[in-house]
Design a protein around this ligand. Structure first.
Ligand code: CAA
Length: 240
C-alpha cells in the first residue's frame, strides 16, 4: 500500500530532506511551504514533489490546504510538523510580536495542522504524527525564550496526543534535532556558531539527512509500538 505524507516547511532545509527521504521510501509526498516561492518552485522542479503554499499559523488556511492535498493525493497517513521559525533576542529586548510569531508558527501551527487531520486518521485506524521539536526545547537556549517555549510545548503536545491516538493506530512522536547545517543555523553569528560547534561532542553540525532518517523510521508501519517518544539527534550535545 502506498501511503501519503504531508511535510510542513517541506521545501527547504530539514523539511526538504524529509520530503525527499519519504519519497525515496515509497511515499506519495506533498510539501507545504509558507513564503519562499522561488525555493519551492526549484524544489518541485528538482524533486517532482508537489508544493502547496499556506501558513501553518492560520487554522483555516491549514484546513483548506489539507483538503486540497487530500483531493490531489488521497487521505494523508503521515503528517510531519516541521515548519518552524526563529526570532532570537535576549528576553529584555524580545518584543511581544517576536514572542507571538514564534508561538503561532512553532506551537499553534502543530495544532492547526494536526487537528484537521485527526478525525480522518482515527476513522482509518492509522496515522503517524511526527513533530520536529529541538534540542533547545529540551535544554533551553539563551535568546530563545520564545523558541524554547514553543519547542518544549511541542513535546508536551506529543506526549498528550500519543495517549489519545494509541487505540486508534495513530502514533505521535517527536524528533529533537541539535544544530543542523541549515539556513536557520547559518543565520546565527559566525562566532556564536563556532562556540556552539565546540560544544558538540561529534565535532560538527548535523546533516538534514540525519534527521530525515529518524522521520522515515518513525513513519514506517514497523514503528507502531513507538508512541509519545522523542528521538534526540544532536551529536551528543545534550542527553535527556
Ligand atoms: N550565554 C550567555 N550569554 C550570552 C550568550 C549565551 N549563550 N549568548 C550571548 N550572550 C551575551 C553576550 O556575551 C552579550 O553580553 P554582553 O552584553 O555582556 O557583551 C549579550 O549576551 C548579547 O547582547 P547583545 O546586545 O549583543 O545581543 P543582541 O541583541 O545583539 O542579540 C543574539 C544577539 C540574538 C543573542 C545572537 O548572539 C544570537 O543569535 N545568538 C544565537 C542564539 C542561538 O543559539 N539560536 C539558535 C538558532 S538555531 C536554532 O534555533 C535551530 C535549533 O533548533 C537548534
Amino acid at each position: 500500500m502506498t501511503r501519503t505524507a504531508l511535510v510542513t516547511g517541506g521545501s527547504r532545509g530539514i523539511g526538504a530532506a524529509i520530503s525527499i527521504a519519504l519519497k525515496g521510501a515509497g511515499y506519495k509526498v506533498a510539501a507545504n511551504y509558507a513564503g519562499n516561492d522561488e525555493a519551492a518552485q526549484k524544489f518541485k522542479a528538482e524533486t517532482g514533489i508537489p508544493v502547496y503554499k499556506w501558513s501553518v499559523a492560520e487554522y483555516d488556511a491549514c484546513a483548506d490546504g489539507i483538503k486540497k492535498v487530500e483531493a490531489d493525493l488521497g487521505p494523508i497517513d503521515v503528517l510531519v510538523n516541521n515548519a518552524g521559525i526563529t526570532r532570537d533576542a535576549p528576553f529584555h529586548k524580545m518584543t511581544p510580536q517576536q514572542w507571538k510569531e514564534v508561538i503561532d508558527t512553532n506551537l499553534s501551527g502543530v495544532f492547526n495542522m494536526t487537528h484537521p487531520l485527526w478525525n480522518g486518521m482515527r476513522e482509518r485506524k492509522f496515522g503517524r504524527v511526527i513533530t520536529i521539536s529541538s534540542i533547545n526545547g529540551q535544554k533551553g537556549q539563551f535568546a530563545q525564550a520564545n523558541y524554547s517555549a514553543s519547542k518544549a510545548g511541542d513535546l508536551g503536545f506529543t506526549k498528550a496526543l500519543a495517549q489519545e491516538g494509541a487505540r486508534a493506530g495513530i502514533t505521535v512522536n517527536a524528533v529533537c534535532p541539535g544544530y543542523i547545517a541549515t539556513d536557520m543555523v547559518m543565520a546565527v553569528p559566525e562566532k556564536v556558531r563556532e562556540s556552539i560547534i565546540a560544544q558538540i561532542p561529534v565535532g560538527r553540525l548535523g546533516e538534514a539527512d540525519e534527521i530525515a532518517r529518524c522521520v522515515v523510521f518513525l513513519a514506517s508501519d514497523g514503528a507502531g509500538f513507538i508512541t509519545g517518544s522523542t528521538i534526540s539527534a544532536n551529536g551528543g550535545q545534550f542527553f535527556v
